[in-house]
Design a binder for this molecule. Structure first.
Ligand code: ZN
Length: 219
């Protein structure tokens, strides 16, 4: 596998030049590269990425626009508007905000944020796979659906409060946790709903690795 598919575009270079002037807290490119490649190695280990295949397509860059609502990162999974396109943003890319803040607890780190965004990237890369029954059966609705009423947080059912926001966030949080804890899933035995979701995600990864990986080569 190639462990490096860092993409750099014009806005990111502008950001590098403008960072100190704007006094933004900017992640170093080296740190983002390190974390990006670490998650790519995890994806290679579980079978969702090979050289030129499936999630190898996903890139990462810094978003030169600071976030005003605390968003640390995002993935364009619903297309890019004409304005965003004009500004240089692309589909299939994970963007990190220049003023993103990361914590030290599980779920708050840059590494976990990258894992979470790769969950969305997987759904973008293979929407037909996410329209299958396994997703709705596990997360209670289709990937893109929005709850009429946000479910109450129950730690036996949801990995985090953020996971209650939408089915796709429930998935991304579960996917993130699976990548982090994939060799010690028994630690969730006292959280049966979470444990069941992790088992479904594990199965989905296995199935995608066996039946989807080779069909999604990058042309
Ligand atoms: Zn998300």
């Amino acid at each position: 596998m190639s462990v490096f598919s860092w993409k750099s575009n014009q806005p990111a270079r502008w950001m590098q030049q403008g960072a100190s002037r704007l006094e933004l807290v900017s992640l170093s490119v080296a740190e983002i590269e390190r974390v990006f490649n670490r998650v790519r190695e995890e994806l290679w280990e579980v079978g969702l990425l090979e050289d030129g295949k499936y999630l190898d397509l996903i890139g990462c860059d810094r978003n030169w626009l600071p976030s005003f609502d605390g968003t640390a990162a995002e993935f364009y999974d619903e297309g890019v508007s004409r304005l965003d396109d004009w500004l240089g943003f692309e589909e299939g890319m994970i963007y990190l905000r220049p003023n993103a803040r990361f914590g030290k607890k599980p779920g708050e780190t840059l590494l976990d944020t990258m894992r979470h965004e790769f969950g969305h990237a997987w759904a973008w890369r293979d929407p037909a796979f996410f329209e299958r029954r396994w997703f709705r059966a596990c997360f209670g609705a289709a990937y893109d659906e929005v709850w009429c009423e946000t479910p109450a947080f129950d730690r036996t059912e949801y990995i985090s409060v953020y996971a209650t926001k939408m089915p796709k966030e429930d998935f991304a949080e579960t996917f993130m946790t699976f990548l982090r804890c994939r060799n010690t899933l028994h630690r969730f035995d006292r959280r049966p709903g979470v444990r069941a979701k992790l088992a479904v995600v594990e199965q989905a990864i296995k199935q995608a690795s066996e039946t989807r990986l080779a069909r999604f080569a990058i042309c």
